[in-house]
Design a binder for this molecule. Structure first.
Ligand SMILES: *[C@@H]1O[C@H](CO)[C@@H](O)[C@H](O)[C@H]1NC(C)=O
Length: 324
C-alpha cells in the first residue's frame, strides 16, 4: 500500500466520523426543536393550560373523625385548613366527658386563623361533642353546616390539597355520588339457592388492584352530600346502626349501602396520593376481612337485596397525562 492510499483511508474515516457527528448533532437538534415545538403547540393553536379554579363560593366542609390522638388531630387540622375551598373544619369528638384540652383547642384555632389570613374567607372550626363513643356518631347531622359537600376523613389520613381539589371537582359534578380514594369490592361468593339471598365476600385493596373493579369507597376518606348524614341517622333502618354499634365496625360499609341504594349507581374512585400518618389501624388486624364479610352479608339481609353497584371508572387529572 502506498502512503497516499493510507491518507485517503484516514480521510475517509475522518469523514465518516464527521458525518456521524453531524448526524448526531442534527438528531439532537431535531429532538430539541420537537420539544420546543411541543411546548409551543398550545400557544400556536390558541389553547391554554388553563388551571380550572372553582368559584370561590363553592366550598366544602372537612369532617374529621378523631379519637384520643391529639397529635394526629393537630396535624390534620393544620393540613386541611390550608387547602383551597375549605369552608369549615368540623371535628367529631366522641368523648364529651373529656372535652379537648385548652391547649389542644388553642393550637387548632391558631392553625385555622393562620389559614384564614391566607384565604379569601374565614375558615370556621367547630368541635362537635358527642356523648357516646359509637361509630355512628361520625355521621350525625350537624348544625349550621354551610356547604352541601362534606369531606369525611379519619384523623390519620392526609390527602394532599391538590388531590383533594380534584376529588371536590369530581364530586361537584356528581353530587349524589360518594367520591373517594379507598375503593373496596363485594365479590359474589355463592349464587342464590331457592329463596335465599346470595352470599358475598369483602374484597380488600389487592382484589381491587388486581381486577380494577370496586363498588364502595370508604368514608375514612371520601366526599358525599350532607343529605346522607340525615338519611344515615334518621332514615336508615335502626337495626343497621345497632349492628354497627355492637360490632364496632362497618359504619363505612353501611354508608356505602345507603348511598348505593339511594342512587342506584356506583361511587367514584379518584386517583391520588394519600398518606396514613398514624400507626396501623383496624384494617391490619387479623380477622378483619372476616368481620367485613359478615357485615356485608348482614346488610344484604337487612336490605333484602344487594344495592352495591360495581364500577371500573377511575377519575384523574387530565393535565397530568402526558400522551392522551
Ligand atoms: C332503598 O331505596 C328504596 C327506594 O328509594 C327505599 O324505598 C328503601 O327504603 C331503601 N332501603 C333502605 C333499607 O334504606
Amino acid at each position: 500500500m502506498t502512503k497516499g492510499s493510507h491518507g485517503r483511508l484516514r480521510n475517509r474515516n475522518v469523514m465518516w466520523l464527521f458525518n456521524n457527528r453531524i448526524r448526531f448533532l442534527m438528531g439532537v437538534g431535531v429532538l430539541i426543536s420537537l420539544f420546543v415545538l411541543a411546548g409551543k403547540v398550545s400557544s400556536i393553536m390558541g389553547w391554554h393550560h388553563h388551571i380550572y379554579k372553582l368559584d370561590s363560593q363553592e366550598r366544602f366542609t372537612v369532617l374529621i373523625n378523631t379519637w384520643r390522638r391529639p397529635d394526629l388531630l393537630k396535624k390534620s387540622v393544620q393540613h386541611y385548613s390550608f387547602c383551597p375551598n375549605v369552608d369549615a373544619i368540623r371535628v367529631v369528638w366522641s368523648e364529651s366527658k373529656e372535652p379537648p384540652s385548652d391547649t389542644l383547642f388553642s393550637v387548632l384555632l391558631s392553625s385555622v386563623k393562620a389559614a384564614s389570613r391566607k384565604s379569601t374567607h374565614n375558615i370556621k372550626l367547630k368541635i362537635d361533642m358527642h356523648d357516646e363513643d359509637n361509630l355512628n356518631t361520625r355521621f350525625k347531622p350537624l348544625d349550621d353546616l354551610a356547604t352541601n359537600g362534606i369531606f369525611s376523613v379519619d384523623d390519620d389520613v392526609v390527602v394532599p390539597c391538590e388531590t383533594l381539589g380534584l376529588a371536590f371537582n369530581v364530586w361537584s359534578s356528581a353530587q349524589d355520588s360518594m367520591v373517594g380514594f379507598v375503593p373496596r369490592m363485594h365479590w359474589l361468593q355463592s349464587e342464590t339457592q331457592d329463596r335465599e339471598l346470595p352470599r358475598y365476600l369483602y374484597g380488600g385493596w389487592w382484589s381491587v388492584w388486581w381486577t380494577g373493579t370496586y363498588s364502595m369507597v370508604l368514608s375514612k376518606c371520601a366526599f358525599f352530600h350532607r343529605k346522607y348524614l340525615d338519611l344515615y341517622s334518621n332514615h336508615m333502618p335502626g337495626q343497621i346502626r345497632d349492628y354497627v354499634t355492637q360490632e364496632r365496625n362497618c359504619e363505612d360499609i353501611a354508608m356505602s349501602f345507603l348511598v348505593a341504594n339511594a342512587t342506584g349507581g356506583p361511587p367514584i374512585w379518584v386517583k391520588g396520593k394519600l398518606f396514613e400518618i398514624g400507626t396501623t389501624g383496624i384494617s391490619s388486624l387479623k380477622g378483619h376481612s372476616k368481620h367485613r364479610t359478615a357485615c356485608l352479608n348482614m346488610f344484604v339481609d337487612m336490605y333484602g337485596h344487594m344495592p352495591l353497584v360495581p364500577s371500573n371508572v377511575k377519575a384523574m387529572d387530565a393535565r397530568s397525562m402526558w400522551f392522551w
